[in-house]
Design a protein around this ligand. Structure first.
Ligand code: KIV
Length: 269
């Protein structure tokens, strides 16, 4: 089982005969222990936990304290994995707050890296300083859910020439600023291919086609753990929602006729 570092990750570009990097989200200790025993390359404590674990409408509601609690639980369970923790909305709006909060998340969670969304001048300056001070940063462009209100919804990016050029330049700038890897979320497949071929750090795609250096999915979507259907680009490998529901219903049914006053038995005995 390979234990990744920023050095090994920086050097991972997909080529003929090699397999893509695989990243899955993880939010809790027990799942982290399980994933620690697999060949998964990286774990992401995504702020998607706001949607799938905490039931928030958007990731905008996720706080730094919540990210610290969940990321440190994951790191306690996944001692042998490269763990990336998401820097949540509003914690890096200024240069100073970004440095302070990213350092706090990195230090308290013991994750190997942090991820932040966007590649404007502000984010690039922040990434440069963070990497200079020893905090590895994963970039994230395309659909950046923390900006959902500014973007006007969740949709595929890179459809016209102007946005294609903008995304390509952002990826190049992220590499230059020091990011060791970049997530491309909901980016047109031809464009994610072009970006992946144009930069020397790995790209990790989600809903961005097959031609990235790696792929990431939300584990809860992959295992269909929620009531709602996962997004179209994710083919679930199981239906844990139904499995858990059936198992719990069976348990309830079995215990319906148990009453310690009738036969001396109680639940769970
Ligand atoms: O929060 C998250 O899970 C993410 C992935 C979708 C890349 O950022």
């Amino acid at each position: 089982m390979k234990i990744h570092t920023t050095r090994s990750l920086r050097a991972t570009k997909i080529q003929k005969g090699s397999s893509p990097l695989q990243m899955l989200t993880c939010y809790d200790f027990q799942t982290a222990q399980l994933l620690d025993e697999t060949d998964i390359d990286l774990l992401l404590v995504g702020d998607s936990l706001g949607n799938v674990i905490l039931g928030y409408e958007t990731t905008v509601e996720v706080s730094l304290e919540e990210m610290i609690v969940f990321s440190s639980a994951v790191k306690r369970g996944a001692k042998n994995k490269f763990v990336v923790a998401d820097l949540p909305f509003g914690t890096y709006s200024t240069f100073e707050s970004g440095i302070e909060n990213a350092t706090k998340l990195f230090q308290r969670s013991k994750a190997e890296a942090i991820k932040l969304e966007g590649a404007s001048e502000h984010q690039l300056k922040l990434i440069k300083r963070l990497t200079e001070t020893g905090v590895p940063v994963m970039g994230h462009i395309g659909l950046t859910p923390q900006s959902v209100h500014e973007l006007g919804g969740y949709y595929v990016h890179g459809k016209d020439e102007k946005s294609q050029e903008k995304l390509l330049q952002e990826a190049i700038a992220l590499e230059k600023a020091g990011a060791f890897c970049v997530v491309l979320e909901c980016v047109k497949e031809e464009l994610s291919k072009k970006i992946s071929e144009s930069i020397s750090i790995p790209t990790i795609g989600i809903g961005s086609g097959d031609f990235t250096d790696g792929q990431v999915l939300v584990t809860n979507d992959l295992l269909h753990m929620g009531k709602q259907d996962p997004p179209k680009f994710c083919q679930p490998v199981a239906n844990f929602y139904e499995l858990k529901k059936t198992a719990i219903e069976k348990y309830i049914e079995k215990n319906k006729n148990i009453n310690p006053y009738n036969d001396g038995k109680s639940l769970n005995h």
